[in-house]
Design a protein around this ligand. Structure first.
Ligand SMILES: Cc1ncc(COP(=O)(O)O)c(C=O)c1O
Length: 378
């Protein structure tokens, strides 16, 4: 493939996907899951792409995870038959949209909850649609976002409510150790993963001792699953970011820059003493500098001349962004107006969400894949 010619001609900003790296990441994660005897149910909020989701299923994924009902509807429409929504759904109208689509397609839907209200609405809508809905109790293993703390005395009661409901099925417990992104090393990250595993196994054991079967114990965050070797007691992993990777898992030390499959191509549209000004600002790169307590010193992304991608001797930093402009620190280099810059973003998931399509670099040429569920945040 003549990428140099292509880079000169393509309109920017463009979100590039290196298919070889993408497939390497998909295969590596499926291999990890197979090796440890756990099901892989990737979180599709990262790619929001039917094409990538289908490749994950072909490689052996048991289904997919999504964050929103909008995303679930796109994947149901694309023929996916088993979907977990890993953010609580508490509004009747969302349940109705979800369950109508699920019933039409004879698919299986599983949703997390952490409250009596959530269980009540789920049960009511499941009964109204005549569908059995799988529910997971969300356990807070340290991120302190959604979920019941492991010592919460209501865990057994809520699990029992789901278990005893005629239209709900208790699938088990689910956690997301997003705080792993604040880890400073692979060792730290493996500590977070092991603490999550022990916590989840203890919650499972307490429920089982109370007479409640717990078929599934689901965990998942890319740096945690990449850092650990301990999966005993875990039945399922739900990493999302691993398909593309970005500067976050690289900072943690669980991935290399050369593993990152997604980058942003931008054009130098102006320059001044301090900066090359490009056409990729926060509406392309987002203004994400880190997640869950992890910020670094790489601004809004690492930038390279397109002809020297990942060459550490030609590295620059996207130091500032406004909506349609990205300011790349010159770092002693000179680039001409009109030349192309390729950026490894800090966080690829929201970058994908803002794009309409991926420009896919395959060994045989260029393809365009839609970001099918872009923007679907409801
Ligand atoms: C509930 C839940 N599960 C799994 C994931 C996947 O995490 P990651 O993208 O770090 O692999 C996320 C990510 O936000 C999440 O919120």
């Amino acid at each position: 493939m003549k990428t140099d010619t292509f880079f000169n001609e393509v309109e920017t900003p463009a979100v590039l996907l290196d298919e070889t790296r993408l497939m390497g990441n998909l295969r590596a994660m499926q291999g990890l899951a197979d090796r440890h005897g756990v099901a892989l149910r990737p979180h599709a909020k990262t790619h929001k792409s039917l094409e990538i989701g289908r490749r994950q299923i072909e490689l052996g994924a048991s289904g997919i995870t999504v964050a929103t009902v909008d995303e679930a509807l796109v994947f149901l429409g694309g023929g996916f038959r088993s979907i977990t929504i890993a953010r609580p759904v508490v509004s009747s109208s969302k349940w109705d949209r979800l369950l109508s689509a699920t019933k039409d397609r004879s698919a299986e839907v599983r949703v997390v909850t952490d409250s009596k209200e959530g269980i009540r609405v789920a049960g009511e809508r499941a009964a109204a649609h005549g569908l059995a809905v799988g529910m997971f109790l969300k356990i807070d293993v340290g991120l302190h976002r959604c979920g019941l703390l492991p010592e919460d005395p209501h865990i057994g009661q809520l699990a029992g409510m789901i278990h005893d409901h005629r239209d709900l099925e208790f699938r088990g417990i689910l956690s997301h150790a997003g705080h792993v992104y604040a880890s400073k090393s692979q060792l730290d990250a493996s500590g977070v993963a092991e603490s999550e595993r022990r916590t989840m196994v203890a919650v499972r054991d307490a429920l089982v001792a109370d007479g409640l079967p717990v078929p599934e114990v689901s965990v998942g965050a890319t740096p945690a699953v990449l850092a650990t070797e301990g999966f005993e007691g875990i039945t399922e992993i739900r990493p999302g970011n691993y398909v593309f990777l970005d500067l976050l898992p690289v900072r943690v030390g669980v991935a290399e820059l050369s593993d990152v499959a997604l980058s942003v191509l931008a054009t130098v549209i102006s320059k001044n003493e301090g900066y090359f000004v490009t056409d990729a600002g926060s509406k392309t790169l987002t203004s994400d500098t880190g997640v869950h307590g992890m910020t670094g010193n790489q601004g809004f992304g690492l930038a390279y001349p397109a002809s020297g991608f990942l060459d550490s001797n030609r590295e620059m930093i996207v130091e500032k962004v406004s909506e349609e402009h990205g300011m790349v620190g010159r770092n002693g280099f000179d680039l001409s107006i009109g030349s192309k810059i390729r950026v490894v973003p800090v966080h690829s998931c929201p970058v994908a969400n803002l794009a309409r399509s991926y420009v896919v670099l395959t060994p045989d040429g260029i393809e365009s894949w839609p970001v099918d569920a872009a923007g679907g945040s409801r």
